[in-house]
Design a protein around this ligand. Structure first.
Ligand SMILES: *Cc1c(COP(=O)(O)O)cnc(C)c1O
Length: 421
Protein backbone atom coordinates (compact mmCIF):
# COMPACT_ATOMS: atom_id res chain seq x y z
CA UNK A 1 0.00 0.00 0.00
CA UNK A 2 1.05 3.56 -0.66
CA UNK A 3 1.87 5.63 2.40
CA UNK A 4 1.05 9.32 2.26
CA UNK A 5 3.61 11.20 4.28
CA UNK A 6 3.26 14.54 2.55
CA UNK A 7 1.21 16.28 -0.11
CA UNK A 8 3.72 15.32 -2.84
CA UNK A 9 2.80 11.69 -2.22
CA UNK A 10 -0.89 12.33 -2.58
CA UNK A 11 -0.35 14.43 -5.69
CA UNK A 12 1.69 11.65 -7.26
CA UNK A 13 -1.00 9.10 -6.56
CA UNK A 14 -3.72 11.41 -7.84
CA UNK A 15 -1.69 12.05 -10.99
CA UNK A 16 -1.48 8.28 -11.55
CA UNK A 17 -5.26 8.11 -11.44
CA UNK A 18 -5.60 10.94 -13.97
CA UNK A 19 -3.09 9.38 -16.34
CA UNK A 20 -4.71 5.99 -15.99
CA UNK A 21 -8.22 7.30 -16.64
CA UNK A 22 -6.99 9.26 -19.66
CA UNK A 23 -5.91 5.94 -21.24
CA UNK A 24 -9.25 4.23 -20.52
CA UNK A 25 -12.29 3.84 -22.71
CA UNK A 26 -15.02 4.65 -20.19
CA UNK A 27 -18.36 3.03 -20.99
CA UNK A 28 -19.69 3.12 -17.42
CA UNK A 29 -23.23 4.44 -17.87
CA UNK A 30 -23.35 6.06 -14.42
CA UNK A 31 -20.24 8.19 -14.89
CA UNK A 32 -19.60 11.27 -16.95
CA UNK A 33 -16.97 13.82 -17.64
CA UNK A 34 -17.40 17.27 -16.08
CA UNK A 35 -15.64 20.16 -17.75
CA UNK A 36 -12.67 21.81 -16.01
CA UNK A 37 -14.83 24.87 -15.42
CA UNK A 38 -17.52 22.87 -13.62
CA UNK A 39 -14.90 21.01 -11.59
CA UNK A 40 -13.07 24.14 -10.60
CA UNK A 41 -16.07 25.38 -8.61
CA UNK A 42 -16.00 22.35 -6.33
CA UNK A 43 -13.13 24.03 -4.51
CA UNK A 44 -15.54 26.75 -3.30
CA UNK A 45 -15.62 28.16 0.25
CA UNK A 46 -19.25 26.97 0.28
CA UNK A 47 -17.82 23.51 0.97
CA UNK A 48 -16.93 24.61 4.50
CA UNK A 49 -20.27 26.20 5.39
CA UNK A 50 -23.59 25.05 6.83
CA UNK A 51 -26.80 25.96 5.02
CA UNK A 52 -29.44 23.91 6.88
CA UNK A 53 -33.05 24.93 6.44
CA UNK A 54 -36.55 23.54 6.88
CA UNK A 55 -38.00 22.20 3.61
CA UNK A 56 -40.48 24.93 2.71
CA UNK A 57 -38.59 27.73 4.50
CA UNK A 58 -35.17 28.02 2.89
CA UNK A 59 -35.14 31.75 3.66
CA UNK A 60 -34.98 30.96 7.39
CA UNK A 61 -31.49 29.46 7.57
CA UNK A 62 -30.53 27.83 10.84
CA UNK A 63 -26.99 29.22 10.71
CA UNK A 64 -25.87 32.81 10.40
CA UNK A 65 -23.58 33.86 7.55
CA UNK A 66 -25.84 32.47 4.83
CA UNK A 67 -26.71 35.73 3.05
CA UNK A 68 -25.11 34.83 -0.28
CA UNK A 69 -25.37 31.08 0.14
CA UNK A 70 -29.13 31.52 0.28
CA UNK A 71 -29.16 33.71 -2.82
CA UNK A 72 -26.95 31.20 -4.60
CA UNK A 73 -29.03 28.19 -3.65
CA UNK A 74 -32.29 29.87 -4.67
CA UNK A 75 -30.81 30.98 -8.00
CA UNK A 76 -29.64 27.41 -8.60
CA UNK A 77 -33.15 26.16 -7.77
CA UNK A 78 -34.46 28.56 -10.43
CA UNK A 79 -32.08 27.06 -12.99
CA UNK A 80 -33.26 23.57 -12.05
CA UNK A 81 -36.92 24.69 -12.33
CA UNK A 82 -36.21 26.01 -15.77
CA UNK A 83 -34.24 22.99 -17.04
CA UNK A 84 -36.48 20.27 -15.52
CA UNK A 85 -39.82 22.09 -15.65
CA UNK A 86 -40.30 21.60 -11.91
CA UNK A 87 -42.06 23.85 -9.38
CA UNK A 88 -40.38 22.53 -6.24
CA UNK A 89 -36.66 21.76 -6.00
CA UNK A 90 -34.50 20.27 -3.25
CA UNK A 91 -30.74 19.98 -3.77
CA UNK A 92 -29.89 18.86 -0.24
CA UNK A 93 -29.52 15.12 -0.98
CA UNK A 94 -25.85 14.25 -1.38
CA UNK A 95 -26.69 11.67 -4.07
CA UNK A 96 -29.57 10.03 -5.90
CA UNK A 97 -29.67 7.16 -3.44
CA UNK A 98 -30.22 9.44 -0.47
CA UNK A 99 -32.92 11.30 -2.43
CA UNK A 100 -34.58 7.93 -3.01
CA UNK A 101 -34.35 6.96 0.66
CA UNK A 102 -36.03 10.23 1.62
CA UNK A 103 -38.76 9.54 -0.95
CA UNK A 104 -39.45 6.10 0.51
CA UNK A 105 -39.31 7.26 4.14
CA UNK A 106 -41.32 10.42 3.49
CA UNK A 107 -44.13 8.91 1.43
CA UNK A 108 -44.81 5.71 3.39
CA UNK A 109 -45.95 4.77 6.87
CA UNK A 110 -44.56 1.77 8.74
CA UNK A 111 -45.86 -1.44 7.17
CA UNK A 112 -46.61 0.09 3.76
CA UNK A 113 -45.83 -1.64 0.47
CA UNK A 114 -43.51 -0.16 -2.16
CA UNK A 115 -43.14 -1.28 -5.79
CA UNK A 116 -39.73 -0.81 -7.40
CA UNK A 117 -37.74 -2.18 -10.34
CA UNK A 118 -36.08 -5.47 -9.45
CA UNK A 119 -32.30 -5.71 -9.51
CA UNK A 120 -32.68 -8.58 -11.97
CA UNK A 121 -34.17 -5.96 -14.34
CA UNK A 122 -31.31 -3.57 -13.62
CA UNK A 123 -33.13 -1.77 -10.84
CA UNK A 124 -30.80 0.27 -8.65
CA UNK A 125 -31.69 -1.53 -5.49
CA UNK A 126 -33.19 1.12 -3.25
CA UNK A 127 -35.81 -0.45 -1.00
CA UNK A 128 -34.18 -3.89 -1.27
CA UNK A 129 -30.88 -2.67 0.24
CA UNK A 130 -32.68 -0.37 2.71
CA UNK A 131 -34.30 -3.54 4.06
CA UNK A 132 -30.90 -5.02 4.93
CA UNK A 133 -31.24 -2.77 8.00
CA UNK A 134 -33.44 -4.60 10.49
CA UNK A 135 -35.46 -1.50 11.41
CA UNK A 136 -36.46 -1.04 7.80
CA UNK A 137 -36.92 -4.72 7.05
CA UNK A 138 -39.61 -4.69 9.72
CA UNK A 139 -41.38 -1.61 8.44
CA UNK A 140 -41.15 -1.53 4.62
CA UNK A 141 -42.55 -4.17 2.32
CA UNK A 142 -41.45 -4.39 -1.30
CA UNK A 143 -42.53 -5.94 -4.60
CA UNK A 144 -41.06 -5.61 -8.06
CA UNK A 145 -42.57 -4.05 -11.16
CA UNK A 146 -42.85 -6.44 -14.15
CA UNK A 147 -40.52 -5.93 -17.15
CA UNK A 148 -40.25 -8.10 -20.25
CA UNK A 149 -37.14 -9.49 -21.99
CA UNK A 150 -36.68 -6.18 -23.85
CA UNK A 151 -36.71 -4.21 -20.57
CA UNK A 152 -40.12 -2.80 -21.40
CA UNK A 153 -42.68 -2.40 -18.63
CA UNK A 154 -45.52 -4.93 -18.93
CA UNK A 155 -48.41 -2.53 -18.60
CA UNK A 156 -51.29 -5.02 -18.19
CA UNK A 157 -49.43 -6.98 -15.56
CA UNK A 158 -48.38 -3.82 -13.74
CA UNK A 159 -51.95 -2.51 -13.59
CA UNK A 160 -53.17 -5.89 -12.31
CA UNK A 161 -50.51 -5.97 -9.61
CA UNK A 162 -51.22 -2.40 -8.52
CA UNK A 163 -54.93 -3.21 -8.30
CA UNK A 164 -54.30 -6.38 -6.35
CA UNK A 165 -51.69 -5.10 -3.86
CA UNK A 166 -52.54 -1.38 -3.60
CA UNK A 167 -48.97 -0.23 -2.92
CA UNK A 168 -48.49 3.07 -1.09
CA UNK A 169 -45.60 4.08 -3.35
CA UNK A 170 -44.53 3.06 -6.85
CA UNK A 171 -41.01 3.93 -7.98
CA UNK A 172 -40.34 3.65 -11.69
CA UNK A 173 -36.89 3.99 -13.24
CA UNK A 174 -33.69 2.02 -12.77
CA UNK A 175 -30.03 1.68 -13.61
CA UNK A 176 -30.59 -0.08 -16.92
CA UNK A 177 -33.44 2.02 -18.29
CA UNK A 178 -33.64 1.59 -22.07
CA UNK A 179 -37.15 2.97 -22.62
CA UNK A 180 -39.49 5.46 -20.96
CA UNK A 181 -42.31 3.78 -19.03
CA UNK A 182 -45.93 4.65 -19.98
CA UNK A 183 -46.53 6.08 -16.50
CA UNK A 184 -49.41 8.34 -17.50
CA UNK A 185 -51.36 5.37 -18.81
CA UNK A 186 -50.75 3.41 -15.62
CA UNK A 187 -51.73 6.37 -13.45
CA UNK A 188 -54.92 6.84 -15.46
CA UNK A 189 -55.85 3.21 -15.11
CA UNK A 190 -55.25 3.13 -11.35
CA UNK A 191 -56.76 6.50 -10.57
CA UNK A 192 -59.21 4.94 -8.08
CA UNK A 193 -56.25 4.28 -5.73
CA UNK A 194 -55.99 7.80 -4.36
CA UNK A 195 -53.59 6.83 -1.55
CA UNK A 196 -50.83 5.72 -3.92
CA UNK A 197 -47.85 7.97 -4.62
CA UNK A 198 -45.99 7.73 -7.92
CA UNK A 199 -42.27 8.50 -8.11
CA UNK A 200 -39.64 8.26 -10.80
CA UNK A 201 -36.00 7.48 -10.06
CA UNK A 202 -34.35 9.51 -12.83
CA UNK A 203 -30.79 9.02 -11.56
CA UNK A 204 -29.65 7.73 -14.92
CA UNK A 205 -31.70 9.81 -17.29
CA UNK A 206 -31.56 13.31 -15.74
CA UNK A 207 -29.27 14.52 -18.54
CA UNK A 208 -31.57 13.19 -21.23
CA UNK A 209 -34.60 14.78 -19.56
CA UNK A 210 -32.72 18.07 -19.30
CA UNK A 211 -31.84 17.80 -22.99
CA UNK A 212 -35.50 17.22 -23.88
CA UNK A 213 -34.92 13.81 -25.48
CA UNK A 214 -36.44 11.60 -22.76
CA UNK A 215 -40.01 11.90 -21.43
CA UNK A 216 -40.08 14.12 -18.36
CA UNK A 217 -41.91 12.09 -15.67
CA UNK A 218 -43.25 15.35 -14.18
CA UNK A 219 -45.18 15.85 -17.44
CA UNK A 220 -46.61 12.37 -16.96
CA UNK A 221 -47.99 13.41 -13.58
CA UNK A 222 -45.75 11.70 -11.02
CA UNK A 223 -45.62 13.15 -7.51
CA UNK A 224 -41.85 13.06 -7.11
CA UNK A 225 -38.85 12.77 -9.42
CA UNK A 226 -35.52 12.16 -7.75
CA UNK A 227 -32.09 11.46 -9.15
CA UNK A 228 -28.37 12.07 -9.52
CA UNK A 229 -26.64 15.07 -11.04
CA UNK A 230 -23.66 13.16 -12.47
CA UNK A 231 -24.73 10.32 -14.75
CA UNK A 232 -26.19 11.28 -18.12
CA UNK A 233 -26.28 14.77 -16.54
CA UNK A 234 -22.63 15.86 -16.60
CA UNK A 235 -22.51 17.74 -13.29
CA UNK A 236 -20.71 17.19 -9.99
CA UNK A 237 -21.82 14.18 -7.95
CA UNK A 238 -25.02 14.98 -6.08
CA UNK A 239 -28.72 14.35 -5.78
CA UNK A 240 -31.97 16.23 -6.26
CA UNK A 241 -35.69 16.04 -5.63
CA UNK A 242 -38.18 17.61 -8.05
CA UNK A 243 -41.94 18.03 -7.90
CA UNK A 244 -44.94 20.01 -9.01
CA UNK A 245 -46.93 19.15 -5.88
CA UNK A 246 -46.28 20.79 -2.54
CA UNK A 247 -47.48 18.04 -0.21
CA UNK A 248 -45.37 15.10 -1.39
CA UNK A 249 -42.44 17.47 -1.85
CA UNK A 250 -42.67 18.61 1.77
CA UNK A 251 -43.07 15.05 3.08
CA UNK A 252 -39.93 13.94 1.24
CA UNK A 253 -37.91 17.01 2.22
CA UNK A 254 -38.90 16.59 5.86
CA UNK A 255 -37.78 12.95 5.80
CA UNK A 256 -34.50 14.03 4.22
CA UNK A 257 -33.51 16.71 6.65
CA UNK A 258 -32.60 16.70 9.46
CA UNK A 259 -32.88 12.86 9.66
CA UNK A 260 -30.60 11.92 6.75
CA UNK A 261 -28.57 15.05 6.01
CA UNK A 262 -27.53 18.19 7.85
CA UNK A 263 -24.47 19.54 5.99
CA UNK A 264 -25.55 19.42 2.37
CA UNK A 265 -22.12 19.91 0.78
CA UNK A 266 -22.81 23.38 -0.53
CA UNK A 267 -19.76 23.41 -2.81
CA UNK A 268 -21.83 21.27 -5.17
CA UNK A 269 -24.01 24.32 -5.82
CA UNK A 270 -21.71 26.47 -7.98
CA UNK A 271 -20.47 23.41 -9.88
CA UNK A 272 -24.01 22.21 -10.46
CA UNK A 273 -25.17 25.71 -11.45
CA UNK A 274 -22.38 25.86 -14.03
CA UNK A 275 -23.35 22.47 -15.43
CA UNK A 276 -27.00 23.58 -15.59
CA UNK A 277 -25.92 26.61 -17.63
CA UNK A 278 -23.86 24.31 -19.80
CA UNK A 279 -26.85 22.03 -20.36
CA UNK A 280 -29.10 24.98 -21.21
CA UNK A 281 -26.66 25.81 -23.97
CA UNK A 282 -25.50 22.43 -25.22
CA UNK A 283 -27.82 19.90 -23.54
CA UNK A 284 -30.13 19.23 -26.46
CA UNK A 285 -27.34 18.52 -28.94
CA UNK A 286 -25.41 16.53 -26.36
CA UNK A 287 -28.28 14.28 -25.36
CA UNK A 288 -29.34 13.69 -28.97
CA UNK A 289 -25.79 12.60 -29.76
CA UNK A 290 -25.65 10.36 -26.67
CA UNK A 291 -28.67 8.41 -27.93
CA UNK A 292 -27.45 8.33 -31.53
CA UNK A 293 -24.13 6.93 -30.32
CA UNK A 294 -25.83 4.30 -28.14
CA UNK A 295 -28.05 3.09 -30.98
CA UNK A 296 -25.17 2.95 -33.45
CA UNK A 297 -22.99 1.12 -30.94
CA UNK A 298 -25.83 -1.38 -30.51
CA UNK A 299 -26.11 -1.94 -34.26
CA UNK A 300 -22.35 -2.32 -34.71
CA UNK A 301 -22.09 -4.82 -31.83
CA UNK A 302 -25.05 -6.72 -33.24
CA UNK A 303 -23.26 -6.94 -36.62
CA UNK A 304 -20.25 -8.40 -34.84
CA UNK A 305 -22.19 -11.22 -33.23
CA UNK A 306 -22.74 -9.68 -29.79
CA UNK A 307 -26.27 -10.19 -28.49
CA UNK A 308 -27.76 -6.78 -27.72
CA UNK A 309 -30.92 -6.69 -25.55
CA UNK A 310 -33.99 -5.14 -27.23
CA UNK A 311 -32.49 -5.41 -30.73
CA UNK A 312 -36.02 -5.69 -32.19
CA UNK A 313 -36.98 -2.45 -30.41
CA UNK A 314 -34.06 -0.48 -31.86
CA UNK A 315 -31.75 -1.27 -28.89
CA UNK A 316 -32.43 1.77 -26.73
CA UNK A 317 -34.06 5.17 -26.28
CA UNK A 318 -31.46 6.17 -23.70
CA UNK A 319 -27.71 6.39 -23.11
CA UNK A 320 -27.62 2.71 -22.07
CA UNK A 321 -27.11 -0.53 -23.95
CA UNK A 322 -27.45 -3.97 -22.38
CA UNK A 323 -25.60 -6.90 -23.90
CA UNK A 324 -25.80 -10.61 -23.15
CA UNK A 325 -22.31 -12.15 -23.15
CA UNK A 326 -23.26 -15.63 -21.94
CA UNK A 327 -21.80 -17.29 -25.08
CA UNK A 328 -18.37 -15.93 -24.23
CA UNK A 329 -18.17 -16.25 -20.44
CA UNK A 330 -19.65 -14.75 -17.29
CA UNK A 331 -20.34 -11.04 -17.19
CA UNK A 332 -18.03 -10.65 -14.19
CA UNK A 333 -15.10 -12.47 -15.85
CA UNK A 334 -15.51 -10.50 -19.04
CA UNK A 335 -15.83 -7.10 -17.36
CA UNK A 336 -12.86 -7.64 -15.03
CA UNK A 337 -10.87 -9.04 -17.97
CA UNK A 338 -11.59 -5.96 -20.06
CA UNK A 339 -10.71 -3.71 -17.11
CA UNK A 340 -7.16 -5.09 -17.42
CA UNK A 341 -7.20 -3.76 -20.99
CA UNK A 342 -8.43 -0.29 -19.97
CA UNK A 343 -12.04 -0.79 -21.03
CA UNK A 344 -14.41 0.21 -18.25
CA UNK A 345 -17.99 -1.08 -18.12
CA UNK A 346 -20.47 -2.52 -15.59
CA UNK A 347 -21.43 -6.14 -15.11
CA UNK A 348 -24.72 -7.04 -13.50
CA UNK A 349 -23.32 -7.59 -10.02
CA UNK A 350 -24.10 -11.28 -9.99
CA UNK A 351 -27.77 -10.89 -10.99
CA UNK A 352 -28.06 -13.02 -14.13
CA UNK A 353 -24.30 -13.29 -14.48
CA UNK A 354 -24.64 -12.79 -18.23
CA UNK A 355 -25.47 -9.14 -18.87
CA UNK A 356 -23.18 -6.16 -19.24
CA UNK A 357 -24.24 -2.51 -19.30
CA UNK A 358 -22.62 0.03 -21.61
CA UNK A 359 -23.21 3.77 -21.59
CA UNK A 360 -22.33 6.53 -24.01
CA UNK A 361 -22.40 9.79 -21.95
CA UNK A 362 -18.68 10.11 -21.30
CA UNK A 363 -17.46 9.09 -24.75
CA UNK A 364 -19.97 11.53 -26.24
CA UNK A 365 -18.67 14.36 -24.06
CA UNK A 366 -15.18 13.42 -25.17
CA UNK A 367 -16.26 14.09 -28.75
CA UNK A 368 -17.10 10.69 -30.23
CA UNK A 369 -19.79 10.58 -32.91
CA UNK A 370 -21.75 7.73 -34.54
CA UNK A 371 -18.95 6.82 -36.92
CA UNK A 372 -16.54 6.41 -34.02
CA UNK A 373 -18.85 3.71 -32.65
CA UNK A 374 -17.53 1.38 -35.37
CA UNK A 375 -14.10 1.39 -33.72
CA UNK A 376 -15.57 1.14 -30.21
CA UNK A 377 -17.72 -1.85 -31.24
CA UNK A 378 -14.81 -3.52 -32.97
CA UNK A 379 -12.59 -3.21 -29.91
CA UNK A 380 -15.36 -4.37 -27.58
CA UNK A 381 -16.45 -7.33 -29.71
CA UNK A 382 -12.87 -8.56 -30.16
CA UNK A 383 -12.22 -8.09 -26.45
CA UNK A 384 -15.39 -9.90 -25.37
CA UNK A 385 -14.72 -12.79 -27.73
CA UNK A 386 -11.03 -12.90 -26.78
CA UNK A 387 -10.01 -12.61 -30.42
CA UNK A 388 -6.98 -10.41 -29.87
CA UNK A 389 -4.30 -10.26 -27.21
CA UNK A 390 -4.54 -7.96 -24.20
CA UNK A 391 -1.56 -6.02 -25.43
CA UNK A 392 -3.12 -5.41 -28.82
CA UNK A 393 -6.40 -4.43 -27.17
CA UNK A 394 -4.68 -1.89 -24.89
CA UNK A 395 -2.89 -0.41 -27.90
CA UNK A 396 -6.12 -0.05 -29.85
CA UNK A 397 -7.87 1.54 -26.85
CA UNK A 398 -5.00 3.99 -26.35
CA UNK A 399 -5.01 4.89 -30.03
CA UNK A 400 -8.76 5.49 -30.04
CA UNK A 401 -9.09 7.51 -26.82
CA UNK A 402 -5.94 9.45 -27.71
CA UNK A 403 -7.88 11.02 -30.59
CA UNK A 404 -10.46 12.45 -28.19
CA UNK A 405 -8.48 14.67 -25.92
CA UNK A 406 -10.84 17.61 -26.37
CA UNK A 407 -14.46 17.54 -25.27
CA UNK A 408 -17.69 18.87 -26.63
CA UNK A 409 -21.02 20.16 -25.34
CA UNK A 410 -19.41 22.09 -22.52
CA UNK A 411 -17.67 25.33 -21.64
CA UNK A 412 -14.30 25.75 -23.38
CA UNK A 413 -11.09 24.25 -22.04
CA UNK A 414 -9.05 21.22 -22.96
CA UNK A 415 -9.43 17.84 -21.32
CA UNK A 416 -5.65 17.43 -21.22
CA UNK A 417 -5.32 20.50 -19.00
CA UNK A 418 -7.66 18.89 -16.58
CA UNK A 419 -6.06 15.49 -16.77
CA UNK A 420 -2.68 16.98 -15.90
CA UNK A 421 -4.20 18.17 -12.61
C1 LIG B 1 -27.03 5.52 -9.42
C2 LIG B 1 -28.42 5.30 -9.02
C3 LIG B 1 -28.86 5.72 -7.79
C4 LIG B 1 -27.92 6.21 -6.73
O1 LIG B 1 -27.50 7.45 -6.98
P1 LIG B 1 -26.19 8.06 -6.28
O2 LIG B 1 -26.13 9.40 -6.90
O3 LIG B 1 -25.08 7.13 -6.60
O4 LIG B 1 -26.46 8.11 -4.81
C5 LIG B 1 -30.21 5.62 -7.51
N1 LIG B 1 -31.06 5.09 -8.40
C6 LIG B 1 -30.66 4.66 -9.59
C7 LIG B 1 -31.66 4.11 -10.55
C8 LIG B 1 -29.32 4.73 -9.95
O5 LIG B 1 -28.93 4.27 -11.12
Amino acid sequence: MVKMNNTKDLEKLHEKHLQYRSRCLNLIASENYSTPKVRSYLASDFGNRYGCYETLKPEEREYTGNRYIHEFEMATHDLVRDVFKADYVDLRPIGGHMAGMATVLGLTDPGDLVFEVSMADWGHGLVGPMRTIEHLEKTIRVKNLPYDHNQKLEVEKAVEMIDAYKPRLIIFGGSGTLFADPIKEIMNRTRHLDETFFAYDASHVTGLIAGGVFKNPLDQGVDIVFGSTHKSFPGPQGGMILSRKEKPFRLVGDALSPALVTSHHLNRLPAFAASLLEMKEYGHDYSKQVIRNARRLGAELDKRGIKVIAAEEGYTDSHILLIDVDEFGSSREISTGLEEDNILLSDDFGQSGREIRLGTPEITRRGMKENDMVAVADILAKGIKGEISGEELRERVAELVGKFDSFEYGFPGRASEDFSG
